[in-house]
Unconditional design. Structure first.
Length: 230
């Protein structure tokens, strides 16, 4: 397995933040709370109890070697990412600008792609977790923990990703203004829409890598477990 060929673990989140920082996204405080503190704010009492139960989770069924299945899922991860990247690369081609150029049709087309990215990554993550529970106790417990984290953070991550479309809308209007299409920016007056589509594609590609990172991590754990088991 070479999952890093599909997604560079640890770099996707930083790339998405970097792309957002080049737009009109609000600046984060210089000294935000540490990661552990920010993560703990997402877990209420009920979530903590669920997490504790997941830590003590024990599968009631006998395990079976799922090595070949994990290999197939790794290929599916690569194929899914490749197919979604092709769809993203065609963003903007299906939009009919019309006489009055507005942000709405471009944002709607982008949101359709974003929902496709979210649904595909969610389905693949669920599928990997299901197969992990069939392998052995260690992977079954990890799958249960991942499910708890996924469910607990779903609302927070949804809010974060929904902010990207707002940044894109602001970017559309800022590129559309004559002042932003001046020779000083290096953008031709009639080329701003092409640049907008490129920036929108890059943001969605970065989001795709972020959403697939948990799947990549689970599959890495699966292959490590298979390779290290006697």
């Amino acid at each position: 397995m070479n999952p890093t060929a599909s997604v560079q673990s640890g770099s996707a989140h930083a790339r998405l933040l970097q792309l957002l920082a080049t737009g009109d996204a609000p600046r984060k405080p210089d000294n935000p709370p540490c990661f552990a503190e920010r993560l703990s704010r997402l877990f209420g009492l009920g979530d903590t109890m669920t997490l504790d139960a997941a830590t003590a989770f024990r599968s009631r069924q006998r395990g079976m070697d799922q090595g070949p299945v994990f290999e197939q899922l790794t290929k599916e991860l690569s194929n899914t990412r490749r197919a979604l990247r092709r769809k993203v690369s065609r963003y903007g081609e299906e939009v009919e600008p019309g006489e009055s150029l507005s942000a709405e049709p471009y944002l709607n087309a982008w949101l359709v792609l974003q929902r496709k990215v979210a649904a595909s990554s969610r389905q693949l993550r669920d599928k990997v977790r299901k197969e992990m529970k069939e392998h052995n106790q260690n992977l079954a417990r990890l799958a249960e923990l991942d499910s708890v984290f996924d469910h607990t953070m779903a609302s927070f991550t949804g809010q974060c990703f929904s902010h990207i479309s707002k940044v894109l809308e602001q970017r559309f209007h800022s590129l559309q203004t004559p002042s932003d299409s001046s020779p000083d920016t290096g953008i031709a007056p009639d080329d701003w829409l092409h640049r907008y589509c490129e920036e929108a594609q890059n943001l969605l590609l970065a989001e795709l890598d972020v959403r697939l990172e948990p799947v990549l991590g689970l599959l890495e754990a699966c292959h490590n477990e298979v390779n290290n088991s006697p």
